[in-house]
Design a protein around this ligand. Sequence first.
Ligand SMILES: C[S@@+](CC[C@H](N)C(=O)[O-])C[C@H]1O[C@@H](n2cnc3c(N)ncnc32)[C@H](O)[C@@H]1O
Length: 261
Amino acid sequence: VPDSSTQYVTDRNLVARQRLWDHQDPPFDVVAWTLDLAGVTPSTPVVDVGCGNGHYLAGVRDRGAWVVGLDLSIGMLTAAQTSLSISPAMVAADAAALPFPDRTFGVVLAPHMLYHVPARRAAAAEFRRVLVPGGVCVAVTNGARHIASLRALVHEAVRQDSPDWVMMDWAVQAFSLENGGEALESAFDEVRCVRPDAGRVVIRDASVVADYVASVGDHYGPEVERPWPEVVEEVRRSAQRVIDTEGAFVTAGDVGAFVCR
Ligand SMILES: C[S@@+](CC[C@H](N)C(=O)[O-])C[C@H]1O[C@@H](n2cnc3c(N)ncnc32)[C@H](O)[C@@H]1O
């Protein structure tokens, strides 16, 4: 799992990956889906743990709820502050040591972040501690089928030099829809996994695919023989060939969430 200190110095890598989801067809709004699952209303105090550049903060704020954004990366908090017109409260802290009193929030959001936290059980205990009785925690992550066709393009580009290498999704390594429940069950009475039909991602611009692959080079580059910039360019050419012959390169997210009470 990538070292957050290199991967998330700024929001550049995250933005490159977020662009992929702009091409979902039909569109799927993962933020709205998550906030519906959490039952966020204007009277719900919310903490967004690992808030990144603020997508979920914007969604919560638009629902009129009070929200605090928390992230380990100052660069991410700065990006969130810049992108949101009215800045919510923000805190630089570790998910495994939340700087809040017991029973502070009605909702804890942990979207696409628990696979970066080595002390996942400690984080889960913290999420539970800061929730009021009856509060809910929603932890969003990926499943094993996540962007399988995109990973297959990377495999083609890498395996001539590193035949056995597998591009194992970060979530699947550490905290996925298949293996993530256990850490949360250590802290919560009830943990329910919910998987929406997020549909396909239809891409007609090869740079969207290439930029996605470039954004994960700090993590996967050291695992393979071929220099990562070469892998990126080969993936760009392969995606372009598919777009030229079939009209689009199609992949699919495998996204879902654990709802914990
Ligand atoms: C994949 S990004 C997700 C950002 C945002 N939640 C979203 O879904 O758009 C993961 C975020 O978790 C943050 N992070 C990683 N480890 C953390 C930790 N131990 N405590 C708090 N934040 C952490 C990173 O800095 C990064 O902003």
